[in-house]
Design a protein around this ligand. Sequence first.
Ligand SMILES: Cc1cc2nc3c(=O)[nH]c(=O)nc-3n(C[C@H](O)[C@H](O)[C@H](O)COP(=O)(O)OP(=O)(O)OC[C@H]3O[C@@H](n4cnc5c(N)ncnc54)[C@H](O)[C@@H]3O)c2cc1C
Length: 418
Amino acid sequence: MKLYINEKYTYLFMKVVIVGAGPAGIYAALNLSKHAKVTLIEREERLGGTCVLYGCIPTKSMLHPLISLKQKTEFTLHSLRENAINSINTISKNLEQLLLSHDIEVIHANGFLRSSIVNAGNTSLAADKILITTGTRREKLDGIRFTEDLAYSKDDYNSVIVVGGDVGGIELSWMMRKLGKEVHLIDKNNALLQNVDNTLSEIVTNYLAQMGVKLHLGRSTSKINSNSVVLESGEIISADSVFVTFGRKPNIEGFEEIAHNKYINVDEYLRTQVPNIYAAGDIIGTFTAHEAIYGGIIAARNILGENREFLVEGIPKVIYIHPQIAYVGVMSGKCVTLNTLSLTRTIIEREDEGFLKLCARDDRITGAVAFMPNAEDVISIISILIRYQIPLKDAVNLVLPHPSYLEAVTEALMKLES
Ligand SMILES: Cc1cc2nc3c(=O)[nH]c(=O)nc-3n(C[C@H](O)[C@H](O)[C@H](O)COP(=O)(O)OP(=O)(O)OC[C@H]3O[C@@H](n4cnc5c(N)ncnc54)[C@H](O)[C@@H]3O)c2cc1C
């Protein structure tokens, strides 16, 4: 450990170098900054990583204006893109200021390890501890568009083919259909979200079909072109553009000396096999920004000497269409289903029916899925019950506002107990 001096303080701090300024790296840096001298290496010009520049922020900025619209929309792809670019620029700039105000040094360079020493471009940096948060990247393929390209493109389309019916594919298909485009959604599974829950899968698949999305399910692709897709059956589907929604690659290059399979191997404390080197976020194989943020915070605490486990149980997942789709845990044990027409809030807001399905075993909630307005909040409450292992008999002490969609949780808990 060394003596570090800045204009405000002289202090004896450890030096931590973080590689990658996405959600994991940024949250780790902020958590470390009160107790350590932090340097953040980022190879992109702008801060925020996949989430801010290509993922959560642009997609949700484009989806959000369409959420409350029951009628045909006045929005165009162009106006939604402006929304996305404004959000990206504002959030990325805010992050620069935030890091500056926490005295975090940012170096824009390619980071890599050589014999456990971290390098930023041509400069090797002294560090007591190192955190790798390099996330994933989209590999460019000639003529193929990906979800990440949508906010940055200028093209408009009358028809699109979406390849991949997972979270990103459902959001993109919903958005394009709301904009009045002809949408083809191709997925190799026979129904959407079939690995999550049967009820959810059936309802969401029917919902998209009723919206007019042309579903090509149980179909694998043999060739993807810029304007057409050849299915394994030989059938060709054509449209103005094709968007691929899966297949990001971990940014492991430069860090191969750390034990890894596809992703970097870490223990429950987010330590790699090399002493003093930690990893968090998508580079360890998680897939959401909130897991990356949580991982960044846990890694930071452990770097500072705490002993906190990264708990994977009960992390919520959300699909931002309307009604929202959200889910958590595993659907095992006794399950009850609540139709949201029984909630006064649904009547007040003239919403269509939706549902919450909640499962429990041995006095503990195991999982839940919801397709309803505010599903993210409903499922987040259930996530807390799961993560804190609150027994069912204590969960009935939850008091949630009336008239709210959150009451789905208390209603379902009552059903489960009866
Ligand atoms: C289209 C899309 C939509 C999404 N929507 C959501 C959503 O709504 N909600 C949600 O929770 N998640 C969403 N995600 C997932 C989310 O973006 C990721 O889980 C999250 O960004 C992971 O954060 P991270 O910090 O681990 O890595 P990243 O955000 O990928 O950041 C890694 C950073 O490291 C930098 N880097 C990599 N290698 C090096 C190197 N060698 N040297 C220097 N810098 C390097 C990269 O440039 C990048 O800035 C979405 C993803 C996509 C693609």
